[in-house]
Design a protein around this ligand. Sequence first.
Ligand code: HXC
Length: 258
Amino acid sequence: TAFEHIIVESKGAVGIVKINRPKMLNALSFDVFSEIATAIDDLEEDDAIGCIVVTGDEKAFAAGADIKEMQPKKFIDMFSQDFMDIGGDRVTTCKKPTIAAVSGYALGGGCELAMMCDIIIASDTAKFGQPEITLGTIPGLGGTQRLTRAVGKSKAMDLCLTGRMMDAAEAERSGLVSRIFPADKLMEEVLAIADKIAAMSRPVAAMAKSAVNRALETSLAEGMNVEGDLFHATFALEDRAEGMAAFIDKRKPNFRNR
Ligand code: HXC
């Protein structure tokens, strides 16, 4: 697929979706969101790809939804067609593992896009926030929901009510971010992590991801049931036998994704 606002490439088994509107700090217009959705469709279908990285540039992952595009809209416009309707949350339904590589601003819809990914890895220059309240609106793609689950009520309220930004260190401390790297090393480090994930058994990675995601959707008892079912299901895979045999033989496993 040809894209106007994003660049999609693959490096080995890793697919990279790079938002490319640098003059607007990667503001997420409807078109950007729908291009990202199409890119995820393409990469999910591509058997060569085992992990997907969503990123921006050094200055901004994305400074939010495109305020200039939103400003004239009325209730009925947003009610008739909002970000969800054009695939704004497509990243959340991707079966392949996804990593947000965040440098610079991840604000509003940008922070929400990062939170749709399985893992957020940040550079030491990253700044996260939900500044919507300063524009007279509130988050619309998970900023009140995913952020609260990630960092707890007090900090989510603090961010959503004051609109302030938090730096990478605070984001890591509060559990939003899994790791921080220096800005000039971010992509190299993220690609190494993505390579490692892509080398795992694809169905097993999908099961691990699915089980962790259930933890946010259900009770502990039901979550344990789901985990148990998926754990048992791995024993139906050749890759599970191979992984354990490789350990015993002191060699690298050769996963064949079956
Ligand atoms: C449209 C944006 C933009 C945005 C920046 N720009 N963010 N355009 N939508 N979200 C544009 C600016 O207008 C400017 O264009 C250019 O990018 C560079 O930005 P500056 O403000 O000049 O840069 P700087 O002074 O470095 O300040 C950076 C910043 C600031 C602090 C990140 O740009 C900012 O506050 N941006 C808005 C952040 C925000 O409120 N995000 C939430 C959006 S609402 P010109 O033409 O002047 O050069 C949202 C709702 C989500 O996300 C709902 C569901 C998706």
